[in-house]
Ligand binder design. Structure first.
Ligand SMILES: [Cu+2]
Length: 474
């Protein structure tokens, strides 16, 4: 989409990226105030910033942890009387580490990063990420951009009546990257201006990613029923969204399979009912299936027109499996008559090896698009893995294959044709500092995009993506 590229006007984008980075990073430094004597030495700059922050009186009885849900772990102290290791999910009688994005499940063995604390009857948790990124995608349809992406989440729950009430807020400063998002070859989905589809670019996420409440009631020793409402929120469809999967959360690039697997992680209006018994959960959602519009700072309302159902199964602490189906009545603003039947299946494996953590996700998604505008069935595969070596070195990678018919817009002779897209991306992060609970790393990522030779004139013969980034995570 030439009209959406940034070539020839780099300066204003760099300026905006710097402002965005400052905005996105600024709230992170005070988080260091939560730390009770960070065990690791921080570099002078980080230490100075952290100590400049006054600890609010209310924070004194809070206990901050970057803890692991491994009983053998002695990494961080457990505060007396507030055993965070036994923190329960707000959705049922199982560990909080099973909570993924929305109401999705992760393996119980997932390390729980973030800050956990208790205030009275409230159990609270804060978590987040920020990346300052230089992104270059090669070839005629490539582009480059400097930008910041971020998200921060606060979760709270407490007993109420016969059950547990949960509250969640999640925000992102992605809208600061501009409506056309960032360059990502082969990516499609959503729109920057309401008239042109975003192609070879990843859309920015909305400022409000989740504002949700839930109520659950335990039924017997191992069963529970819950209701969840979000505006916005996430329906029971697909695996946990990529930024919440341990196998993907440190990777600053969105998957090309996002719109086959987990793109419904932000819908403006969703109600979900679920029941769980031991290792199994069954859910049904009713929601507004339209993708967010290009106005990223607002809250949208629209009638509920879509539904989904998901079956999740955690047979052992290291595994989480799900299958789900969603009927999206009119997800795309630009093709309102196209209905999408989305089927997904995924396996997430999580393992701790000594001081290391390893996670792998294998997922399949299929979009069956029907209507007067198109009738296609497009499958997609994803395999991604992250290995964190001793909390200092992170190796990650992702391989994807999909069929996409949206790479060429109206008026192009290739419009509507389906092409096979493959991508392999490999990355590394070196964690160089820690200020309180916030860890800082610097990383790089190289992506190899493989397209049919027929598309060489459009994409060049061997399109690549290069990303350098500074990452802060809580
Ligand atoms: Cu998304």
């Amino acid at each position: 989409m030439p009209s959406l590229t940034c070539r020839g006007s780099v300066a204003p984008h760099v300026a905006r990226a710097v402002v965005a980075s400052v905005l996105a990073f600024a709230p992170w430094w005070p988080l260091a105030a939560f730390a009770e004597g960070a065990p690791d030495a921080s570099p002078p700059a980080a230490a100075a910033s952290a100590s400049a922050v006054t600890v609010p009186p209310a924070a004194h009885d809070m206990s901050a942890h970057d803890h692991r849900h491994d009983p053998a772990s002695t990494e961080s102290p457990t505060p007396p009387g507030k055993d965070v290791l036994s923190m329960r999910s707000e959705f049922g009688p199982y560990p909080m580490t099973r909570n993924g994005s929305g109401t999705s499940w992760l393996p119980d063995a997932t390390p729980m990063n973030g800050v956990h604390f208790a205030r009275g009857d409230w159990q609270l948790m804060a978590q987040g990420f920020v990346n300052a990124i230089y992104d270059r995608q090669t070839g005629p349809r490539g582009d480059e951009k400097v930008f910041a992406e971020s998200w921060a989440m606060l979760m709270a729950n407490r007993p109420l009546g016969p059950g547990t009430i949960g509250l969640r807020g999640m925000i992102s400063l992605d809208p600061t990257m501009g409506k056309s998002g960032y360059p990502l070859l082969g990516q499609t989905g959503e729109t920057a201006d309401g008239t042109t589809p975003l192609v070879d670019r990843q859309h920015p996420h909305d400022f409000f990613m989740e504002l949700a409440t839930s109520y659950s009631v335990q039924l017997g020793d191992s069963s529970a029923a819950f209701a969840y409402f979000g505006l916005p929120g996430e329906p029971a469809l697909g695996p946990s969204a990529f930024m919440h999967r341990f196998s993907a959360m440190r990777n600053p690039e969105a998957p090309l399979t996002h719109h086959w697997l987990d793109s419904t992680h932000i819908v403006f209006g969703v109600a979900t009912l679920g029941v769980s018994r031991g290792p199994v959960q069954l859910e049904g959602s009713w929601f507004n299936g339209r993708e967010p519009d290009p106005y990223r700072w607002n809250i949208e309302t629209r009638k509920f027109d879509s539904w989904s159902t998901r079956l999740s199964y955690n047979p052992v602490p290291e595994l989480s499996l799900q299958v789900s189906y969603g009927d999206l009545a009119s997800p795309e603003q630009l093709e309102p008559q196209t209905r999408v039947g989305r089927t997904t299946a995924s396996i997430i494996y999580q393992r701790r090896l000594g001081a290391d953590n390893w996670a792998t996700t294998f997922a399949y998604g299929q979009n069956r698009k029907s209507g007067p505008e198109k009738n296609v069935t497009e499958p997609a595969w994803l395999l991604e893995s992250t290995y964190v070596l001793g909390d200092t070195h992170t190796f990650f990678g992702r391989a994807e294959q999909l069929r996409n018919s949206e790479l060429f817009g109206h008026g192009d002779p290739l419009h509507g044709q389906e092409f096979r897209v493959r991508k392999l991306a490999l990355g590394y992060i070196y964690d160089f500092a820690r200020s309180g609970p916030v860890k800082w790393g610097i990383g790089g990522l190289v992506g190899f995009v493989d397209l049919p030779a027929q598309l060489d004139p459009a994409y060049g013969s061997r399109p690549r993506s290069y990303t350098l980034f500074l990452q802060g995570r809580l």
